[in-house]
Write a new protein. Structure first.
Length: 386
């Protein structure tokens, strides 16, 4: 049975109207679903919080100085210098001769002291012999006391006592003469000036022919040991501790010398507001004293979460900084505790967990609860502050 053209046209119209109604209902359903999930209005750069081992460095300038400088002089201030045996820069051993003084006067004093000792020793021997003679006389007087008057015995006893006292005086004179002789010998020995310890001659003030005087004749760097005296701002001093590892760099050199903090001066200069830290060097070829250097000190080493300084927000009533994190596609604000800073990054001590996505640049236009899309960036976790 054939359909008429009018009937076919009607059928097409009915089918078209049904398809249009179905499309309208589908569009309405999609719009309803979209209304439930807010569309992301912007894309923000985020970094994933990760706790990694961190090393904090601080860099300070300083001057190389002698760890200990010995001033070498003499007590023989009126003696002339006969000869100087060393020059500046010479390395000397303990006990090595540095200079010699003229000894003619000292030798005369020694001979005079030796003569005094000889006379005092002879006087002691003479007085001891006198005591022996008087004791013999006393013994005879006691044997003949029945033939002589009592006063004779008393005179002998008194003579023995006087002789014994004379021995004491002679022995005292002898001891004094021995002391003068020992001092004369010591003065003669001190005329040869020797190094009290091994080291390097850093300064020579002695000149042949000049009086020794009260000033040092020369200076020695004990054991040739040089260290860096680094100048530390008072705000950075609490970060330093004895024993911290250090790398020391010299001007014009690319290599570094290892070392550690030996001592921190507890006194701060009232004008410059700088403290001083002494840094011991681990090298067999130390730099010259007086040259400049720069120390990189490891002030802390520990695992930490680091974020960019631009991720922090300030201005909260409690004064604590905060960061924006992205959770389930929405921005959320979290209060954190900031720690040490380095190279544009801040340590987050608490308030942020590993794995959370932190907005790298927290602008004032970003609002809590706002829907955003994220783009992870690769953070640089460490840096060095110069």
């Amino acid at each position: 049975m054939r359909r008429s053209p009018v009937l076919n046209a009607a059928t097409v119209v009915v089918l078209s109207l049904a398809a249009t109604a179905g499309q309208v209902r589908a569009n309405e359903a999609a719009a309803s679903v979209s209304a439930d999930v807010p569309a992301a209005s912007r894309t923000v750069s985020t970094l994933v919080a990760d706790r990694q081992p961190q090393t904090w460095l601080r860099s300070f300038a300083g001057i190389f100085v002698a760890r200990e400088e010995i001033a070498v002089g003499t007590t023989l201030t009126e003696q002339r210098i006969a000869k100087v045996e060393v020059e500046v820069g010479d390395r000397v051993a303990a006990g090595q001769v540095l200079a010699r003084l003229e000894t003619e006067m000292l030798e005369n004093l020694l001979r005079e002291a030796e003569g005094r000792v000889a006379r005092a020793s002879a006087a002691v021997a003479q007085q001891e012999e006198t005591v022996r003679q008087e004791e013999k006389k006393l013994e005879r007087a006691r044997q003949l006391r029945h033939l002589k008057a009592e006063t004779f015995l008393e005179e002998r006893v008194s003579a023995v006592a006087i002789a014994r006292e004379a021995v004491k005086v002679a022995r005292a004179d002898d001891a004094q003469a021995q002391a003068l002789l020992a001092e004369a010998r010591r003065k003669l020995e001190r005329a040869v000036i020797v190094a009290p310890a091994a080291g390097i001659v850093s300064e020579r003030l002695a000149r042949a022919g000049a009086l020794a005087g009260t000033e040092p004749l020369m200076r020695l760097i004990r054991d040739g040991e040089i260290e860096l005296a680094a100048e530390i701002p008072e705000s950075e001093l609490p970060l330093l501790a004895v024993g911290q590892k250090v790398k020391v760099k010299l001007s014009g050199r690319t290599d570094a010398i290892g070392g550690h903090v030996r001592m921190i001066n507890p006194k701060i200069d009232s004008e410059t507001r700088l403290g001083t830290a002494k840094i011991t060097l681990k090298t067999d070829k130390p730099p010259y004293a007086g040259t400049f250097g720069r120390a990189e000190i490891v002030v802390a080493e520990r695992p930490a979460i680091m974020v960019d300084d631009s991720a922090l927000l300030y201005g909260t009533p409690d004064g604590m900084p905060s960061v924006f994190i992205v959770e389930d596609g929405k921005v959320k604000r979290k209060t954190v505790q900031a720690g040490m800073r380095q190279n544009g990054k801040v340590e987050i001590v608490s308030g942020l967990d590993a794995g959370e996505r932190v907005v790298a640049k927290a602008g004032v236009s970003l609002r809590e609860g706002e829907a955003v899309a994220t783009k992870d960036i690769d953070p640089t976790q460490t840096g060095a502050q110069k």
